[in-house]
Design a protein around this ligand. Structure first.
Ligand code: FAD
Ligand code: NAD
Length: 470
């Protein structure tokens, strides 16, 4: 029986708070320990939510600017930075405040403080005011998330920021350097470029967003090259030093603009690492991988069977919805239900313009695995809806098993791709075949039709794309 089990959840992010809420709904006695004033975690306070609020503003700015091609001209915008900041903080406050209320409604004991294991059944919680208390538990769920990775040897300066400082929006630097062309670098680079910064991105590898298929990334890269000042691939930072009003940066690469460019601000977004510092893991038998993630099994149990780990601290992909899914599993397993991590597809969405989303097997992974696969691609140049929006820069593609015709993976790049990927996830989860997507009636004119048409391309019969008979 779940009733009466004392469960402590450490960390109130999108892994921890849903786990705590469900554990309480299932009849357990739950304490949620969180360093911040309310549940929400990195995602709501310093990640997904503030970045998407600002990306919404960026979209508006870009659309207003680009509408001149349709005969609509607006005056250049006046940006009231203080008001924009307070609107963004209002969004964060509304959502995190709401979660605080939810936790009270559910009788979850929310304790503000930092938790540290004393032994396998007790925590010490250090409160804000310096006081500390001991908390005994039957089960623990570690959901402490992740923190930004650093580049060793960089000086300490207010001009060198991580994503949290960048989201503060203290000013709009004239020249912004973004180190790392991944999710954060491209999303926040998009925000600052729309607000007026000249943005340079340096990426150590040969391409932006290294995890995604190249034909999808090409559309994002094209737009970014139009809007940003420069994109430097195969380039890394050698050193940085504060000089007068800026940061002088020494880069190492093949196609550098000048030897040591000067930037007003720098965003370092070179990945994130699991947060286990100060958690006292040495006092419990919880094992970690060489990269510092907590090792878990399919039920999200650590090597201490009554201690679970979920979210960013338990491994890639470091995405909010993956954390939430794991939170559900851990809470159900503790309640005695039969549950395990068995998702076939975890969607990934990069909220750039255009958006890039994928789910299931990518073409790159299929090739690497040497498995038999076929591709079907529907370019948005053939989409009526995309044309009405002036946004033909998109592509919907499918990776299909030629033997079973099952959809193994879907990739979408284009405006609204992040919303569209949900259909693909459901298709993959349900084991849908290309025929199922082809024979599902999609409303016209919508961008979602491109999913149906990609399936039609697979059979060589898309009405809007002429394919030479094989
Ligand atoms: P977190 O959200 O990191 O929460 C962990 C919490 O634990 C924190 O609140 C921390 O204060 C607390 N904590 C840590 N140690 C202790 C301790 N010892 N005691 C008490 N409390 C502790 N993901 C998406 O899916 N979509 C997005 O659009 C997206 N955008 C992002 C944008 C940015 C700028 C960033 C940085 C990340 C973004 N992410 C996004 C990633 C997403 O934020 C993480 O995957 C997600 O927050 C992980 O959730 P979590 O519950 O594992 O941990
Ligand atoms: P990332 O892993 O997405 O990208 C980091 C990039 O930096 C990579 O392209 C990498 O090759 C490059 N890089 C690494 N070291 C470098 C160096 N020294 N010089 C130049 N480039 C270097 O990491 P991120 O952008 O910091 O984001 C962290 C994580 O947060 C993401 O992986 C993702 O899981 C999550 N996130 C998700 C979303 C979303 O879902 N929309 C948004 C933001 C963040």
């Amino acid at each position: 029986m779940a009733n009466g089990k004392r469960v402590v959840v450490i960390g109130g992010g999108p892994g921890g708070y849903p786990a705590a809420f469900l554990a309480s709904d299932l009849g357990m006695q739950v304490t949620l320990v969180e360093a911040k004033p309310n549940p929400g975690g990195v995602c709501l306070f310093q990640g997904c939510i503030p970045s998407k609020a600002l990306l919404h503003v960026a979209k508006l700015l870009n659309e207003a600017k680009e509408a001149s091609q349709w005969g609509l001209s607006f005056e250049p915008p006046t940006i009231d930075l203080a008001k924009l900041r307070s609107w963004k903080q209002g969004v964060v406050g509304k959502l995190t405040g709401g979660l605080g209320q939810m936790s009270r409604n559910r009788k979850v004991n929310f304790v503000r403080g930092r938790a540290r294991f004393l032994d396998a059944h007790a925590l010490e919680i250090a409160r804000e005011d310096g006081a500390s208390e001991k908390l005994d538990f039957d089960y623990a769920i570690i959901a402490t998330g992740s923190v930004p990775a650093k580049i060793p040897g960089l000086p300490t300066s207010d001009r060198i920021m991580d994503s949290t400082a960048t989201l503060e929006l203290n000013d709009i630097p004239k020249k912004l350097l973004v180190v790392g062309g991944g999710y954060i670098g491209l999303e926040l680079g998009t925000v600052y470029s729309a607000l007026g910064s000249k943005v340079t991105v340096v990426e150590a590898t040969g391409g932006l967003l290294p995890g995604a298929d190249r034909d999808l990334v090409a559309h994002v890269q094209k737009k970014i090259e139009e809007r940003f000042e420069r994109v430097l691939l195969n380039t890394s930072v050698q050193s940085m030093r504060e000089e007068g009003e800026g940061i002088r940066v020494k880069l190492l690469g093949t196609d550098l603009p000048e030897s040591e460019p000067l930037f007003d601000k720098v965003l370092v977004s070179v990945g994130r690492k699991p947060m286990t510092e100060g958690l006292g893991l040495d006092r419990v038998k919880v094992k970690q991988t060489s990269r510092g993630f907590i090792e878990v099994d399919a039920q999200r149990r650590t090597s201490e069977p009554h201690i679970f780990a979920i979210g960013d601290v338990a491994g890639d992909p470091m995405l909010a919805h993956k954390a939430t899914y794991e939170g559900r599993i851990a809470a159900e397993v503790i309640a005695g239900k039969s549950a395990a991590f068995d998702a076939r597809a975890i969607p990934a969405v990069v909220f750039t313009d255009p958006e890039l989303a994928w789910a299931g097997l990518t073409e790159t992974e299929a090739r690497k695995q040497g498995r038999d696969y076929k591709l079907a691609r529907f370019p948005w140049s053939a989409s009526g809806r995309a044309t009405t929006m002036g946004r033909n820069d998109g592509l919907t593609k499918m990776v299909i098993d030629p033997r079973t015709e099952q959809v193994l993976g879907v990739g979408v790049v284009g405006v609204g791709a992040g919303e569209m990927i949900a259909e693909a996830v459901l298709a993959i989860e349900l084991g849908a075949r290309a025929t199922d997507l082809m024979m599902t009636i999609h409303a016209h004119p919508t961008l979602s039709e491109t999913v149906m048409e990609a399936a039609e391309v697979y059979f060589g019969h898309s009405p809007h794309l002429y394919q030479q008979p094989a």
